[in-house]
Design a protein around this ligand. Structure first.
Ligand code: FUB
Length: 304
């Protein structure tokens, strides 16, 4: 049965396990991030606008969708664009959204107009669907050329985790994983940027906590697989736990996010199933169960 994608009508069909992949079929979506807020799960994605045959990312905006049953999805449209940040010029790469004290914060990597490479901006909104406005008027993290990677992608893929004590941490990076504490206002750094040694880290960090265990998942290698490590705190030390999902058939990236929702556990990711092309990706989701020891099992992609 096909999932229903509705223009922001917030009602639910019968509850049930998730149905078809990919979640969105009228545009190409990539880089999922999720927020569970009350009875709804909000899915944030980038949008791939590359034309057939193009071999670079064309990404200008972030979109938002929501569901109450993992079956019927509402399309809330554009949450933010590159133009949300007056200091940015291009490349709406993988963003993350967190809810904190009744507000929603979007952490977004974009190319800076004057500083080479990527920078990370923060948007804020009173609602999960946005639109988000620039919370600072300047980038939260800008490129420090002393730690720049050759492709200028050193500061991409922010993922923000707020621990039970209210302390927020932002993880980000390409090839080298970094993290930094955020101040309680969520829009300023609190202390120095630290680096983390993590086995075969490529990009797309995601931090979640379950039963007192911190799970740090990430895209590993190139083509990417989804791998993870666990630790006793948001800053580790991290123990490598293995591969969760194998590489895609065509798309060299995979970019995961996790959520527990309505008593079930889900992993979101992207692949090429709608287009067959690397730069025209689609977000998909799989349900899984943690092992008795808390391990995340190997998860296969479903293609129907
Ligand atoms: O979508 C552009 C980039 O590709 C993201 O920032 C990475 O995570 C990879 O998915």
């Amino acid at each position: 049965m096909k999932r229903y994608l509705l223009p922001a009508l917030l009602f639910c069909l019968a509850a049930g396990a998730h149905a078809d992949n990919p979640i969105v079929t009228d545009i190409f979506t990539a880089d999922p991030a999720v927020v569970v807020d009350g009875k709804r799960l909000y899915l944030y994605t980038g949008r791939d606008e590359a034309k057939p045959g193009e071999t670079t990312y064309k990404m200008n905006e972030w979109r938002v969708f929501s569901t109450c049953d993992m079956r019927s999805w509402a399309d809330h449209g554009v949450a933010a664009t590159v133009k949300t940040f007056a200091w940015a010029k291009a490349d709406a790469f993988a963003a993350d959204v967190v809810r904190h004290k009744g507000k929603y914060y979007l952490y977004a990597p974009v190319k800076h107009t004057t500083i080479p490479g990527f920078a990370i901006g923060v948007g804020v909104s009173d609602t999960p669907t946005g639109p988000f406005r620039d919370a600072r008027g300047s980038a939260l993290v800008t490129n420090d050329m002393t730690r720049e990677t050759p492709n200028g992608w050193d500061d991409i893929d922010p993922a923000v985790f707020v621990d039970d004590d209210g302390q927020a941490y932002m993880y980000f990076g390409n090839k080298v994983l970094k993290y930094v504490k955020l101040k309680p206002n969520m829009i300023e750094l609190d202390g120095p940027i630290q680096t983390v040694g993590l086995f075969n880290f490529e990009e797309a960090p995601w931090l979640h906590k379950r039963d007192g265990v911190y799970y740090l998942s990430y895209a590993s290698g190139l083509p990417e697989v989804i791998a993870y490590a666990t630790g006793p705190s948001p800053t580790g030390p991290w123990t490598y736990r293995g591969v969760i999902m194998d590489k895609n058939k065509v798309t060299h990236t995979i970019h995961q996010a996790f959520a527990d929702f309505n008593g079930k556990s889900y992993i979101f990711y992207h692949n090429e199933m709608l287009s067959g092309a690397d730069y025209r990706r689609s977000v998909a989701v799989e349900e899984f169960s943690y092992g008795k020891d808390g391990a995340i099992p190997h998860v296969a992609q479903t293609r129907t």
